[in-house]
Design a protein around this ligand. Structure first.
Ligand code: DC
Length: 225
């Protein structure tokens, strides 16, 4: 059985960047599953399909019009939508909102979970998302729930936006973080929760390197037990 490191956690916990660094250190591929939901959201937008219409989005997927896959170039994930590299186009605010909408739909989740499981069966992998420890790989070698307080996640987000020249009041960002948490934790299909056997890593008081080290320690400990 290939080695699998599964990481879940709420928005803004630094999952993607921390996962990337850990995967590079361990020389394994990193599957960012959020990118796959973003690609389906983008596909709906490209086809003029209302992302709030579950039936239409499901039909698009059933008809094979949203084929999502990934490949790796120098360790970097390239997300493909119907064969097109969409790495650039999935990182917009709009694609994020579309991803959030379509990720609530059962058919979309089943389609992507199946593909994620196929990818994980073939190789050692670090995979991050919201339902990895609970649904995609409940038997993963290492299961981690990476989190930080809502205030700390909002503070980091505020800094990121400030670096891009956007000054947004803290209270506004905190309200958004809390709203996304509520959505992720209360959706009907595969809500975000701490899986049985997952180790909680709280990065509220850790910097980036400290967070990477904390995850690496979990992996080492799992290897010893
Ligand atoms: O992590 P992200 O912002 O790229 O995720 C995009 C959206 O997809 C987000 O609303 C949460 C959702 N998602 C999910 O439901 N399940 C996953 N395994 C990964 C992401």
């Amino acid at each position: 059985m290939p080695l699998s490191i599964a990481i879940d956690g709420p928005v803004g916990a630094g999952k993607s960047t921390i996962s990337d660094a850990v995967a590079r250190k361990l020389n394994m591929i990193h599957l960012d599953t959020g990118a796959m939901y973003r690609a389906v959201g983008l596909c709906a937008m490209d086809n003029g399909i209302d992302i709030r219409d579950e039936e239409k989005v499901t039909q698009m997927c059933r008809e094979g019009k949203a084929l999502v896959d990934v490949l790796y170039a120098d360790g970097t994930q390239i997300t493909l939508l119907n064969g097109e590299d969409v790495n650039g186009r999935i990182r917009t605010q709009e694609a994020g909102e579309a991803a959030s909408a379509v990720s609530r739909y059962r058919y979309v989740r089943e389609m992507l979970v199946r593909r994620q499981q196929e990818i994980a069966r073939k190789q050692d992998i670090l995979i991050d998302g919201r339902d990895i420890c609970t649904v995609v790989l409940p038997d993963a070698t290492v299961k981690i729930y990476l989190t930080a307080t809502a205030e700390e996640r909002a503070r980091r987000r505020q800094l990121q936006l400030a670096e891009k020249g956007q000054q947004i009041p803290f209270e506004e960002i905190l309200a958004e973080v809390n709203a996304r948490d509520w959505q992720d934790m209360h959706r009907e299909v595969d809500p975000l929760r701490i899986a049985p056997g997952a180790v909680v890593v709280d990065t509220s008081d850790l910097d980036f390197d400290g967070s990477v080290q904390a995850v690496l320690r979990c992996v080492e400990e799992a290897g010893r037990s």
